[in-house]
Design a protein around this ligand. Structure first.
Ligand code: ADP
Ligand code: MG
Length: 644
């Protein structure tokens, strides 16, 4: 049996080094974090051949005293004072006094440094951790560390290195995250001689986003701020209409650390529910702050995964911050949706019934006024006025507040962690040509042609008319032309009204109850959900043999559609996993059924009422996330006609 020996120090160092120094990006991370700790306001990182050729990190921080230079490279050497209570979290903070030791153990390092107060700087070279002599040298204020021949003495590690391009991409992603989490520091990233990133370091997150993630993304953002219950949330999120094709642009920081979290992703996306188009994803740069003890960062320094002590508080803080902010700041309106091929007349003539029930009842109390407006009388017997008040027995609508995270949209949570930001140069001009742009004062400002439809302080828009029996044309006082998709707008109004469910829906009793053939499966689905159907204004009972007998339907749907509507509802009930999802499905169906359709002829009153809702900013997207209105400025029109 061999005797027990202590490993020679240089061997132990090499083993330990593998933990800190996995790949070039981890070297960059440790060195840049040291620069930030040293109070640098500018940090430049240069990489050749994915870092396998060379890594150079230069800062203008406090520098190191010549006599302390060798000490800095000893294991467990650190100048960063810590209170005893910090000790527990040393591993998570990455202050372990071993980065320089670990890096120098597996490479050839040259460090050149000068403190502001010293007339001369110093230089030290190390090879495989073995230091040479400290020499006096001229040097700019700050520290420059040059790392060459990484893993030259650990061939096993060297073998596992990915292609240079993969290493460069990893480092580029890291630089983006560092830049976004430290807007107060100006970062420069140079790969193989070309500048790939340069942030202004003006302390503004919007400037950092612009520089790190590109102009187009920066312009699609609106600021958010909020939180509660010990969790603060701030940053930027994309406007709903500027959703992205993937989750690649969802960037989260928890207490300043870049992390990936399905919980945060789910909370963010929940905030966009019914506002973003299917298959599109919101982007964001969100900082989530909470007491250090409320979050458990995986002890491995390179890991980007955290565990929250109070998941619900974190979820709610992000969700409500996003939701509130989107409700307030709304969004722009880019391209018009495709026109709906449609019928030629509104078969119902009952637009006002689909306003809220109270308005309708008030109108009913003034029949003379109705006559004067020329509205036709309601198409069926209104149970609210004379018939059996079935709706009294309907349980009050449940709250529409979001379910706790566990119950929500599992497919989102199972979709895996959002991919990182490994897409650095997409759609941008080559790095060298990209102008360096400092602060962007108008972050969150409107794009040309994409004005947020805010609360009106302006005169009512003039309704010029309707085209293609689908789009309302109006004009604002300040000379803009708006096109409103009447079906989309009305669908949204219905959706919000039904969702708020302040009053039970009005019903119409069918003159002859309809026996609807649905097949056994669908029929039993509906019969199992009778209370839910009641809530939406349907009164049904079992008719046997896969049929359902319908006595009443919501007043604002076309009674002739009852079979098709019930079939659609059965589909929603089948696909809804939770009660919440099934209710939401019905809400979509009924909002759509109660809406005037493109292709129908609408009365001037209908058009007017829709325009008011859109102008007030109450209505921005249809429940499927399509825009309800587009705006054309006078200038844009003039450009089309070559007047401008
Ligand atoms: P830690 O960062 O945990 O203290 P490191 O091995 O990364 O351990 O660094 C060791 C020490 O070297 C630091 O505590 C600091 O005093 C000094 N140091 C490292 N990098 C810099 C730098 N860029 N500027 C000034 N001092 C530095
Ligand atoms: Mg360090």
């Amino acid at each position: 049996m061999p005797s027990i020996q202590q490993l020679p120090a240089h061997v132990a160092d090499r083993i330990a080094a593998g933990e800190v120094v996995e790949r070039p990006a981890s070297v960059v991370k440790e060195l840049v974090e040291n620069s930030i700790d040293a109070g640098a306001s500018a940090v430049a990182v240069e990489l050749r051949r994915g870092g396998m050729g060379l890594i150079r990190v230069t800062d203008n921080g406090c520098g190191i005293a010549p006599e302390e230079l060798p000490t800095a490279f000893l294991r467990h050497a650190t100048s960063k004072l810590r209170k005893p209570e910090d000790l527990g979290s040393i591993g998570t903070l990455g202050f372990r006094g071993e980065a320089l030791a670990a890096i120098s153990a597996v490479s050839r390092v040259e460090i050149r440094t000068r403190r502001r107060e010293d007339p001369m700087g110093a230089v030290l070279r190390l090879e495989g951790g073995a230091p040479g002599a400290v020499e006096e040298s001229g040097a700019p204020e700050g520290t420059a560390i040059l790392v060459r021949d990484l893993f030259f003495n650990t061939p096993a590690r060297l073998k596992f290195m990915k292609k240079d391009s993969a290493e460069t991409a990893a480092a580029a992603g890291l630089m983006q995250h560092l830049a976004l989490s430290h807007p107060e520091v100006s970062f420069k990233f140079i790969k193989d001689g070309a500048e790939a990133l340069h942030t202004p370091g003006d302390g503004r997150l919007d400037s950092a986003i612009y520089a790190a993630l590109g102009r187009d993304f920066a312009r699609s953002l609106i600021p958010v701020k909020g939180g509660g219950d010990g969790v603060a949330v701030s940053g930027f999120v994309t406007r709903p209409l500027q959703g992205r094709g993937s989750r690649g642009m969802q960037v989260f920081f928890v207490n300043g650390r870049f992390i990936k979290s399905q919980l945060l992703t789910a909370a963010l996306e929940e905030g966009y529910r019914n506002q973003i188009m299917k298959g599109r994803f919101p982007g964001c740069v969100l900082a989530v702050e909470m007491p250090a003890e409320a979050v458990d960062v995986n002890v491995h320094p390179a890991k980007t995964v955290v565990k929250f002590a109070r998941e619900k508080a974190v979820f709610d803080a992000v969700y409500y911050t996003v939701l509130d902010c989107l409700a307030e700041r709304g969004g722009p309106v880019p391209a018009p949706p495709p026109a709906e091929a449609g019928k030629t007349a509104n078969p119902r003539g009952d637009f006002f019934q689909s306003m809220d029930a109270r308005t309708y009842r008030e109108r009913e109390a003034k029949p003379a006024a109705r006559k004067a407006e020329g509205s036709p009388s309601p198409p069926a017997w209104n149970t609210e006025r004379g018939g059996p008040r079935l709706s009294d027995s309907v349980p009050p609508p449940k709250s529409w507040a979001p379910a706790p995270p566990e119950e929500r949209t599992p497919e989102r949570r199972e979709a895996g962690p959002p991919p990182g930001l490994g897409r650095p140069a997409e759609k941008r001009p080559p790095a060298r040509e990209r102008p360096f742009v400092p602060a962007i004062p108008q972050m969150g400002a409107e794009l040309p042609g994409q004005k947020t439809l805010e609360r009106p302080r302006e005169a009512p828009w003039r309704v010029a008319g309707e085209v293609l029996r689908t789009y309302i044309v109006c004009e604002s006082e300040d000379g803009c032309v708006f096109l409103i998709d009447k079906h989309a707008a009305h669908e949204r109004i219905n959706f919000d009204r039904m969702k708020a469910a302040l009053e039970p829906p009005m019903r119409q009793a069918l003159l002859t109850p309809a026996a609807v053939e649905l097949g056994r499966e669908d029929a039993s689905l509906l019969l199992e959900n009778l209370p839910l159907l009641e809530e939406f204004g349907f009164s049904c009972e079992d008719f046997g043999g896969g049929s359902v007998l319908v006595r009443e339907v919501p007043a604002d749907m076309d009674a002739a559609d009852v079979t098709a509507v019930l079939e659609e509802i059965a589909g929603k009930l089948r696909s809804g996993r939770s009660a919440e999802e099934r209710r939401e499905g019905l809400l979509h169906t009924m909002a759509c059924k109660a809406a005037i359709k493109g292709g129908w002829k609408s009365s001037p009153e209908e058009l007017r009422a829709l325009v008011e809702k859109v102008q007030s900013g109450e209505v921005k997207y249809c429940p499927h996330g399509r825009p309800v209105a587009v705006r054309l400025t006078k200038y844009e029109l003039e450009k089309m006609f070559k007047r401008a």
